[in-house]
Design a protein around this ligand. Structure first.
Ligand SMILES: C[S@@+](CC[C@H](N)C(=O)[O-])C[C@H]1O[C@@H](n2cnc3c(N)ncnc32)[C@H](O)[C@@H]1O
Length: 316
C-alpha cells in the first residue's frame, strides 16, 4: 500500500494524482464540497491566536482548498500575525497548492519536523483526511488467530494474498468476530506521529485531526466482514481483489479508528480535549448553520482535538 501510494516515481500521490474533487480527480474530500470545515477551523485559529503570535500548520493540504477557506475566513488583522505553514509530500499537489494560495503568505515544508523548526512557541496543527491516506496494515481473523494479509507477486501468476500468523499486539481487536473478518490499522501513522511529537519540545498548542471513520473498531467493522479497505478510481469505489489493480493509478484508503489516534496521542503526551462528530465540532465553534449543512450532507467525520505543552528537552 505504501509503494502503491508513495513510491517514487510510480506511486499514486507521487505522480498520478492531478486533482481532488475536480473533473480529472479520482475522489473528493469534504473541503472541496463545502466551506463549513474551513470556517470552523478559522474560528478555532482566531480564538486560539487572540493577541498571540502563533504558527499554524496544515498537514496534507490536497489542492489547498481547506487552507484557502481558512485564510479567507480569518479577519486580516489575525491573518497578518500568523506564521502559516503547509506540509505535504505529493509534488503534484504541492504545485496545486502553491498556485491556489499564491496571494497568501505561506511557507511549505516536506515534513512536520522541518515545519516545526523555527516555528513559534505556540503552534496549532490540523489535518483533514490525512490519516486515511497513510498506508494501513490489513489483518484477518481465521477463527482462532489474527493473521496479517500479505501480498506476493509472481510474474507468471500475478498478485496473490498470503496470510502470515500474527500473534502480538492484536489483543485489542478481540476474538468475537466471524471467520474471515478483516480489519485495518494505521500503524504507519502511529510511527509518523511518534516522530512528529518528538519535535514538539518547547512548544505548546493544539492538534486537530479530522477524518472519516468512527470511535471504536466495533462500530466500524460491525457488519463489514471485508473491512473498509477500498480504492477510488475516477470517482468509482473499488473493493475486494480490485484494490490490487491499477498499481499507483488509483487511490487506496480505509476508515480511521479514532480510539487508536486518541490512545497513541495520549501515550505520547498529548491530552485529549474533545472527540466529536463534525457536526458537534462546528456547533462548538458557534457555526450552527454549517453544522446543519454538514449533517445534512451525511458526512461521517470525527474531529479529535488534543492539546500539548512540552518542556524543552534536557539535551536540546
Ligand atoms: C486525501 S488528501 C486530503 C487533502 C486535504 N486535506 C483535503 O481535505 O482536501 C491527503 C493529503 O495528505 C498528503 N499526505 C499524505 N501523506 C502525507 C505525509 N506523510 N505527510 C504530509 N502530507 C501527506 C497528500 O499528499 C494529500 O495532500
Amino acid at each position: 500500500m505504501e509503494w502503491a501510494l508513495f513510491a517514487e516515481p510510480v506511486g499514486y500521490y507521487s505522480s498520478r494524482i492531478e486533482d481532488v474533487g475536480g473533473e480529472r480527480s479520482d475522489f473528493t474530500t469534504a473541503p472541496e464540497l463545502s466551506d463549513a470545515l474551513g470556517r470552523g477551523i478559522a474560528h478555532w485559529v482566531k480564538d486560539s491566536s487572540d493577541g498571540e503570535k502563533i504558527t499554524v500548520i496544515e498537514v496534507g493540504g490536497g489542492t489547498g482548498a481547506l487552507s484557502a477557506t481558512v485564510l479567507r475566513s480569518l479577519p486580516w488583522w489575525t491573518r497578518r500575525k500568523l506564521d502559516y505553514r503547509i506540509v505535504d509530500i505529493s509534488h503534484p499537489l504541492l504545485e496545486r497548492q502553491k498556485k491556489k494560495l499564491k496571494r497568501y503568505s505561506i511557507q511549505w515544508f516536506s515534513s512536520l519536523k522541518s515545519a516545526l523548526t523555527g516555528s513559534r512557541d505556540r503552534v496549532l496543527i490540523f489535518s483533514n483526511e490525512l490519516v486515511d491516506a497513510f498506508p494501513a496494515r490489513w489483518f484477518r481473523w481465521n477463527g482462532e488467530n489474527w493473521e496479517e494479509v500479505m501480498v506476493v507477486y509472481d510474474p507468471a501468476k500475478g498478485i496473490a494474498e498470503e496470510f502470515r500468523p500474527f500473534a502480538e499486539g492484536l489483543e485489542e481487536f478481540g476474538s468475537d468476530w466471524p471467520v474471515g473478518q478483516r480489519m485495518e490499522r494505521h500503524d504507519s501513522y502511529h510511527d509518523w506521529l511518534r516522530e512528529a511529537v518528538e519535535c514538539l519540545h518547547g512548544k505548546s498548542g493544539e492538534w486537530l485531526t479530522i477524518d472519516y471513520g468512527d470511535r471504536t473498531r466495533e462500530r466500524i467493522y460491525d457488519k463489514r466482514p471485508a473491512g473498509t479497505m477500498r480504492g477510488y478510481f475516477r470517482n468509482q469505489r473499488v473493493q475486494g481483489g480490485d484494490v490490487y489493480a491499477r498499481f499507483g493509478q488509483q487511490d487506496l484508503t480505509c476508515d480511521v479508528t479514532f480510539e487508536d489516534l486518541q490512545n497513541w496521542g495520549e501515550s505520547l503526551g498529548l491530552q485529549t480535549a474533545s472527540l466529536s462528530s463534525q457536526r458537534e465540532y462546528l456547533e462548538s465553534q458557534g457555526l450552527q448553520d454549517d453544522a446543519m449543512a454538514a449533517s445534512e450532507a451525511g458526512l461521517a467525520f470525527l474531529a479529535l482535538k488534543q492539546v500539548f505543552s512540552f518542556e524543552v528537552a534536557q539535551d536540546d
